[in-house]
Design a protein around this ligand. Sequence first.
Ligand SMILES: Nc1nc2c(ncn2[C@@H]2O[C@H](COP(=O)(O)OP(=O)(O)OP(=O)(O)O)[C@@H](O)[C@H]2O)c(=O)[nH]1
Ligand SMILES: [Mg+2]
Length: 462
Amino acid sequence: MLNESHLSNATIVALATPPGIGSIAVIRVSGEAAIPILESLMNGKTLKDKASHTLHFAKLYQDKTAIDEVVLALYKNPKSYTGEDVVEISCHGSPYIQQQLIEAIIHAGARMALPGEFTKRAFINGKLDLSQAEAVADLIAAQTAGSHELALRQLRGGYSEELKQLRDQLIWFASLIELELDFSQEDVEFADRTQLEKLLANITASLTQLIHSFQLGNAIKNGVNVAIVGNPNAGKSTLLNALLQENRAIVSAIAGTTRDTIEEVLNINGISFRLIDTAGLRNTQDQIEKIGVEKSIQKIQEAQVLLYVYDVNSLSEQALQQALSELPSTAAHRILVGNKADLLAQSSIGKVTINATGEQCISIAALQQHGIKELEQLLYETALNANFQSEGVIVSNMRHLEGLQHTAEAIAEITNGMQLQLPGDLLAAHIRQALYHLGTITGEVTNEDLLDTIFKKFCIGK
Ligand SMILES: Nc1nc2c(ncn2[C@@H]2O[C@H](COP(=O)(O)OP(=O)(O)OP(=O)(O)O)[C@@H](O)[C@H]2O)c(=O)[nH]1
Ligand SMILES: [Mg+2]
């Protein structure tokens, strides 16, 4: 799986906490010599006879000069993050002490760790697979609760497990088909073709689900584009202001108030929504408004969610359907927002209903800020549950998406080949192709370049 050149015997050291002053700092040492190196700084005290997963108070010295009083956390291989012997030193958090300790450790035989080298070793020693290692990088970079949750799920082995199972089944078939090749004179079939077809269909379904889940993963990482659209005066800008809790956009009773698009980010339960208020859609002779309407149409096409705002008092159901049918076609998830429900005799503000054509509708009064919390909840659930949700397994990494797409193409080739009754050796070649692409995601197939690109993204100390 991995060649020798990935392995390196050097013992590595790095600061694991952010540089600068803190009450404590953590320095991590990993490798064969981690324990003897620490012992050499402990003025005759020993560490190697101590049990793994224990804490030890110690004074560290260089050339008989005390550097600091520290706490050592001892992890013996293979039960450590990297799979090697690891000592984590909690020292006082002054940059001077940090530097002195790291220098002393290097002097005793360690070298500075490269970015991501601890995690790379964890991968090489089978502690993490590649998609999990990448999740560690995402976890460190996570800025919102949503992206944090996403990285954690991936770290727990989310889809690696699923992909591994698919891969194992495919390997089984590949071996049966290759076995047939050995007996080609005798015209036998070990691999049950109908069973293989079933497997291919299962794999295709899983792949499709994973590929779709990318939309959500990406949404959580980068934010969901939500375009607020509708007729002039429907109350789009009032709604934007209500969601943001500030007077961001100009509101007036004059139709055609908003001309340029206005974008602001709203965080709902850890997911970022990029709200885009647009110019009301209508035919207009006004040059500037016309440009605004064109921009609205572009934003509709880029959006993942459309909030179609309409005035419940002035638009009949028929007129609403007509207006909806005139919207540019888009794959976005659409929510109908019936505004100005305060003017209705009997209002159902905040209620979510499904209309005759199966679309979600919510009635609100943007001006009074009624029904806004319910709309936020609906947006949040849309991001989580929309058709792209796939049982908690979410692909959020561009590299994985490409791997999955290539696998899907290779699987389609196999399916095709089966229909054309291709000979076993050609089928086997297509299966190997699919296996290769699946392997690039979980790390069964790697090369040095790929590993380097992935681990370079980490910070030193990880
Ligand atoms: N009664 C009532 N009036 C509202 C409500 N929401 C908006 N309005 C009023 O409707 C008018 C138009 O509101 P805007 O938010 O400017 O409408 P818009 O859709 O952004 O309009 P354009 O930018 O021109 O496309 C204003 O006078 C608002 O005060 C509501 O919930 N109830
Ligand atoms: Mg407006």
